[in-house]
Design a binder for this molecule. Structure first.
Ligand SMILES: Cc1ncc(C[n+]2csc(CCOP(=O)(O)OP(=O)(O)O)c2C)c(N)n1
Ligand code: SF4
Ligand SMILES: [Mg+2]
Length: 333
């Protein structure tokens, strides 16, 4: 059983009625207009509260929140290298454990958070994350997956979807290209929590969303968030939430959790939209031919079917909670 701060224990999901007022990431940072990633970071930190220690890999969310001599962080925050956020958060968690045991500090409920982009997680930081998971540290790891190395100029990462244009992937037809790769959660093959869409629910979304036994019972947790953003995805500055929502509705990014090896589908996509609806607002896909798109659609359908077969569908979560129409979550898939 893990431990959780008061803010986490009382967290009931996001909607306008119960949005926590606390702002661990303050306004005035330097994210691009319409950035979905900083919205996810803000929402996640609101849920986590202030009794936290955060370890940040380099990437956009580090650069835009900490241009010397300023900082948008109102909680303890450590900037580490590109590859080792999970290693550092492991060390911090172990140090707190030891200091608490020796009664040198009294912080039994502190929550330890590591985060990085898709480059920092799925590529260069995979080893550190794998090690931290294997050791079973008490921490939450968030991957802010914007599907490229955005901070350094939109280079392709292993999370970049098949066919998307980046500054390092050619726009040639995909007919002879290598097949799409699996997302990080599937590659980790570890009890993880996968959630989507701006991370606007901030934290693992699904059957065990609320309560200590669910959200906080199983440590460690890995939460990839899919984030749409105008700069790299070439959508409008007012479209990033809608594009992320379309990712769920078109089955491109299904919402599910894996808890102790059991797959839980958080939202069944009853009336899926075609992938073309998801691609349309994003100019990074505009070069694709009909043949390319059909191939991608086939792969999405096959992957979703395979996921459904593995999943327990939590019927009670099919219904929207009261007040959800005011929610900024990505439900409705
Ligand atoms: C070892 C190392 N290689 C490369 C860099 C340069 N670098 C800094 S941030 C970054 C891209 C980060 O991409 P991602 O993790 O996806 O985060 P995003 O900026 O997209 O949020 C790169 C290549 C670095 N800081 N350290
Ligand atoms: S480049 Fe993308 S992720 Fe980075 S701040 Fe701009 S919109 Fe956000
Ligand atoms: Mg990235």
């Amino acid at each position: 059983m893990g431990i959780a701060s008061e803010a986490l224990k009382n967290f009931k999901g996001f909607n306008l009625k119960n949005l926590p007022e606390v702002e661990p990431v303050s306004p005035g940072h330097r994210a691009c207009q319409g950035c979905g990633e900083v919205l996810a970071l803000r929402q996640a930190m609101k849920a986590l509260g202030t009794d936290v220690v955060v370890c940040s890999a380099t990437g956009c969310m580090e650069i835009i929140t900490s241009p010397f001599p300023q900082s948008a962080w109102r909680v303890p925050w450590i900037h580490v290298a590109f590859e080792n956020a999970a290693a550092v958060v492991s060390g911090v968690e172990s140090a707190y454990k030891a200091l608490n045991r020796k009664k040198k500090i009294n912080s039994p409920n502190t929550v330890f958070v590591g985060y990085g982009g898709d480059g920092a997680t799925a590529d260069i930081g995979m080893q550190a994350l794998s090690g931290a998971l294997e050791r079973g540290h008490n921490f939450i790891y968030m991957c802010f997956d914007n599907e490229a190395y955005m901070n350094t100029g939109i280079q392709r990462s292993s999370s970049t979807p098949y066919g998307a244009m980046t500054t390092t992937s050619p726009r040639a037809s995909l007919a002879s290209a290598s097949p799409p790769r699996r997302r990080i959660c599937l590659r980790l093959q570890w009890p993880t929590a996968l959630l989507c869409g701006h991370g606007v629910r901030g934290l693992p979304h699904g059957p065990h969303e609320q309560g200590e036994e669910g959200l906080f019972g199983a440590w460690p947790r890995v939460s990839p968030h899919l984030l749409a953003l105008p700069t790299g995805w070439r959508c409008g500055i007012d479209e990033s939430i809608e594009v992320a929502r379309l990712a769920v509705q078109s089955k491109v990014f299904p919402l599910y959790e894996v808890i102790d090896g059991v797959y839980h589908l958080s939202r069944k996509v009853a009336k899926p939209k075609p992938v073309t609806d998801y691609f349309k607002p994003q100019r990074r896909f505009r070069h694709l031919t009909e043949v390319d798109i059909n191939k991608i659609q086939e792969k999405i359908d096959a992957d979703y079917e395979a996921l459904i077969k593995k999943c327990v569908v939590e019927e009670k979560k099919e219904k929207e909670p009261k007040g959800a129409e005011m929610s900024v979550s990505l439900d409705g898939a």
